[in-house]
Write a protein that binds this ligand. Structure first.
Ligand code: G1P
Length: 297
């Protein structure tokens, strides 16, 4: 394992999307678009830009349209070609060529740790990345969040969790890390001595929250296999990473970039506005509209 590069990533996408009902009654939440692009495509693009070659998506029975999205669509291609829409043809073909994407079903909704365990045979004995679909990270000036974590992994050859500081009022929503007091942080990298899933504000060991990006060694699977249920009655990835610290070092990397919580309605709306303000064809009209709204508020 020690010399292997990070080539594979896992994207867990088996959640029910309850927070976005009724939109998610018949459509996976990963296909909800920010402007015109499904959230899962932003995640796949980040993985590919970070050097990932093979992606395993953990799905459930309601996710066929996600598989279709990353596949060829010959009928649509033929119709667009007939009407001379060649730019659109290129766009839909590019999506199908982005990466080698595989799918496996999580048969029971037993939590994130259980979903990751479904990737065991796909990953084998390689280090691998995890990207959570609810966390969209934009880093306009530098490397994508995952690439930053992979850089940290290459430096330490140890598991890395991506963190950012969150306010006290939000620690209960996340996995919160506890930095080791005996090792000095090195820039954005901090050695950890503990991790706790969704603590109460008063119990949180820090304000550093894991925000949907991980690079882990395959040893995590040994711990996931024996992991008992934790917060929310689910098998938690956080609990298994905490146990991994018994045998291997684990670090937090405070990644650079703006992170949107696309699993939350307000976070989704913020992402939609910011992404639209970044589109040349939309920015002028949207900015004028926002200014007009602000005057009326
Ligand atoms: C999951 C993880 C949590 C992490 C969060 C990031 O929680 O269990 O540790 O901080 O993602 O978004 P979820 O949001 O699925 O409840």
């Amino acid at each position: 394992m020690n010399h292997l590069p990070v080539r594979k990533a896992v994207i867990p996408a088996a959640g029910l999307g309850t927070r976005f009902l009724p939109a998610t009654k018949a459509m996976p939440k990963e296909m909800l678009p920010i402007v015109d692009t499904p959230t899962v495509q932003y995640i796949v693009e980040e993985a590919v830009k970070s050097g990932i070659e093979e992606i395993l998506v953990i799905t459930n029975s309601n996710k066929h349209c996600m598989e279709n999205h990353f596949d060829k669509n010959y009928e649509l291609e033929a119709r667009l070609t007939e009407s001379g829409k060649m730019q659109e043809v290129e766009m839909i073909n590019d999506i199908a060529k982005m990466a080698n994407i595989y799918y496996v079903r999580q048969k029971e909704p037993k939590g994130l740790g259980h979903a990751i365990l479904c990737a065991k045979s796909f990953i084998g004995n390689e280090p691998f990345a995890i990207l959570l679909g609810d966390d969209i990270v934009v880093n306009k000036k530098g490397d994508p969040a995952l690439k930053q974590l992979i850089g940290a992994f290459e430096q330490k050859r140890a598991s890395i969790v991506g963190v950012q500081t969150v306010p006290d009022s939000d620690v209960h929503k996340y996995g919160i890390v506890s930095p080791s007091l005996s090792t000095m942080p090195q820039g954005r990298l901090t050695k950890l001595c503990n991790m706790v899933e969704k603590p109460k504000t008063e119990d949180a060991p820090s304000n550093l929250a894991v925000l949907g990006r991980y690079v882990l060694t395959p040893a995590i699977f040994d711990y996931l296999e024996s992991q008992t249920t934790g917060a929310g009655g689910e098998i938690q990835l956080t609990d298994a990473i905490k146990r991994l610290m018994d045998s291997q070092a684990v670090y937090a990397y405070d990644f650079e970039g703006v992170r949107y919580d696309a699993g939350d309605k307000f976070g989704f709306i913020k992402a939609t506005i910011d992404f639209a303000l970044d589109r040349p064809e939309l920015q002028e009209a949207l900015a004028a509209y926002i200014k007009k709204l602000a005057e009326e508020l």
